[in-house]
Design a protein around this ligand. Structure first.
Ligand code: EPU
Length: 342
């Protein structure tokens, strides 16, 4: 039987959220195994408290202190659990760093997640928002995950269907929000991978570098270069990547907008059209703007940054101003991509 993890009181979460805002957790515990987690959940003192699961803290924003128990998922492990000549199943602990896992796969020549290089955060958080970048979404390589029911402490396996993946969305952000804790994730990777260069910024960069037949290592390196040139490093400036989702609008609405703004970038999304939120925000003149220590990144308008001592409430205030001006100009409502903890 695993020991009960050390539970800290009044714990400052500043180093546990990449936006770098201060917020106090009433209780905080870091768990290193599913058994340890179960022990914690069974404690009567903590059973009744609201709970928040924390991975790398790269996709959430604390607006207030958290009155309850914050559980930091620090479960680490990587294992090939099945393989044949073509592919393998890699099972990864929820607390493993996502990018280090991508590097591990690339170094072994296993393809499928190289386009998702350099995304901050943990493996356990990846399925919650179905992380995606440069032409690939997690669901394409996802096999299954194990999660523990917060009420009963019982583990359950979720296959791809049960996760109900959508663009930056899954069952864990909707019906099952706050009900399960993901303890590990299994990915299906390819031993003789086919690369995906469909994303224009990626194919253009490869072309500029004179790479016509890229390997997964080339893809990974190029994605890292693009991300480094556009997105601020949370270790240097507080941020949570894209603050809003890219809005998906009906084709008729898009046609009307296009009449007024013929240059509006757009991508097909089923029978609808996806518009880059960055473009909308940029066109409202927000890029590089700053209110106190909260700002809109100078290079990428979709990233809200903390230049030092911004509070969660100040970040939200700026986000609200951005939302209002995009709505006034374009009639489009931006929805946060970041998980806002109030
Ligand atoms: N653009 C502007 N101004 C800017 C930045 C971009 O007008 O300041 C326009 C350009 O037209 C550009 C377009 O927006 O072509 C799209 O920009 P980009 O290629 O950077 O992609 P994005 O749609 O802004 C999405 C994801 C990113 C992911 C990239 C690459 C969402 C919400 N964001 O951003 O994910 O890395 O594509 O695939 O879907 C994240 O989720 O945190 C994240 C960074």
């Amino acid at each position: 039987m695993a020991n009960l993890p050390d539970v800290k009181k009044n714990f400052d979460l500043k180093d546990h959220n990449t936006m770098g805002v201060h917020a106090n957790a009433q209780y905080f515990a870091s768990v290193t195994s599913a058994d340890e987690l179960r022990q914690l959940l069974l404690q009567p003192d903590y059973k009744i408290l609201p709970k928040l699961m924390l991975g790398g803290g790269s996709n959430l924003l604390f607006v207030n202190d958290f009155e309850g128990l914050v559980i930091h998922l620090n479960i680490k492990d990587r294992a090939v659990i099945e393989e044949n000549e073509e592919e393998l199943l890699l099972q990864v602990g929820a607390g493993e760093n996502w990018h280090e896992t991508v590097m591990f796969a690339v170094e072994n020549g296993w393809g499928g997640i190289e386009n998702l290089s350099f995304i901050p955060g943990s493996v356990g958080a990846a399925p919650i928002q179905n992380i995606g970048a440069y032409g690939v979404e997690l669901e394409e390589v996802f096999e299954s995950l194990e999660a523990i029911d917060l009420e009963t402490g019982i583990s359950k396996t979720f296959d791809k269907k049960a996760c109900n993946f959508e663009y930056r969305d899954s069952v864990f952000k909707k019906e099952l929000k706050g009900k399960y804790i993901i303890t590990d994730v299994t990915l299906r990777l390819q031993k003789d991978p086919e690369v995906n260069t469909t994303y224009r910024a990626l194919s253009e960069s490869l072309e500029e570098k004179g790479i016509s037949d890229p390997t997964i290592k080339d893809i990974s390196e190029t994605v890292i270069e693009i991300r480094q040139s556009k997105l601020p490093d949370p270790a240097e400036i507080g941020n949570t990547g894209s603050f809003f989702k890219n809005p998906v609008i009906p084709a008729e609405v898009f046609k009307e907008l296009q009449k007024e703004y013929p240059e509006i970038p757009n991508y097909p999304a089923g029978d609808k059209i996806k518009i880059p939120a960055a473009w909308l925000i940029d066109r409202c003149g927000w890029k590089g703007k700053q209110i106190g220590d909260a700002g809109v990144h100078k290079v990428h308008a979709l990233v809200i940054v903390n230049y030092g001592n911004a509070t969660g409430a100040e970040i939200i205030e700026l986000a609200e101003k951005i939302r209002s001006s995009v709505f006034e100009k374009f009639g489009i409502v931006l929805i946060p991509e970041v998980n806002i903890i109030t």
